[in-house]
Design a protein around this ligand. Sequence first.
Ligand SMILES: [Fe+2]
Ligand SMILES: [Fe+2]
Length: 127
Amino acid sequence: MSPDLTLAIPVVDYQHDKILHFIESLKHRAATRPEVIQAIDDYTGRHFIVEEELMAAHAYPDLQRHKAEHDYLKGKIGGLLDAMGKDEIAGSKAIAEYMEAWLLQHIQTADRPMAEFLKQRGVASPA
Ligand SMILES: [Fe+2]
Ligand SMILES: [Fe+2]
């Protein structure tokens, strides 16, 4: 992962790296079955829960707004997948590009301030 995306919270960085790699591989395929997008969406949903639990455990003041962003993406991707239809394979590239752009923006504007707060609370890289 490029250094400008690293937040120095190991579990968060690991999951971001994994999600972005999955999405990157999708972007280079002409089409993908909806189940593949669904699997990435499921993993991303579990990542969001990890962040939300960390924020809750450390009483992060901006938790609700951050969670609302996560809920927005989950709703958006769910809607796009529904619109896609279960046998359709076209459109997956556009969803992957949407997810990537959204996540890159969210990491910089929401996850980064969250990570700064968590590091002040002692949640940090053991290195
Ligand atoms: Fe987040
Ligand atoms: Fe994140």
